[in-house]
Design a protein around this ligand. Sequence first.
Ligand code: TYD
Length: 132
Amino acid sequence: MLYNIIDFEVCGDHSGKLVALEKGAEFPFDIKRVYYIWQTDRDVVRGKHAHRALEQVIVCVSGSCDFILDDGATRQCISLTTPVQGLHIKSRIWREFTNFSEDCVVMVLASEHYDEADYIRDYDVFLKELKG
Ligand code: TYD
């Protein structure tokens, strides 16, 4: 499977909305790192890598952007447009993201600390590691 969409539980009334994310039945891993990305020009393509072990849940907390996911056999595009859903991507999935709205803020919850050795940044190496 390329990805899984998690629907978050929303608390909220006239005073505003709130989503809380913590490990449990609704969340697939212990969160070791959180980072966020904003002020990305629409045509920029980020990502262009896969991870050897790390999993992520990606939330577009503001605005929208598109993710292209690839498992070496299938390629699919998913638009993230809401803060009430998370895109769960397991390891060994090539990802690119682009088409950022001006107000786009992407928050990434990761299962591991930052480790450049966990990145596969060359698509041909990605395909080779899938076969190996
Ligand atoms: P990268 O993961 O390639 O960004 P994206 O997939 O969004 O295009 O990271 C971009 C740069 O930021 C790279 O030089 C590594 C650095 N970085 C950190 O230092 N710590 C982190 O947790 C992350 C995600 C990136």
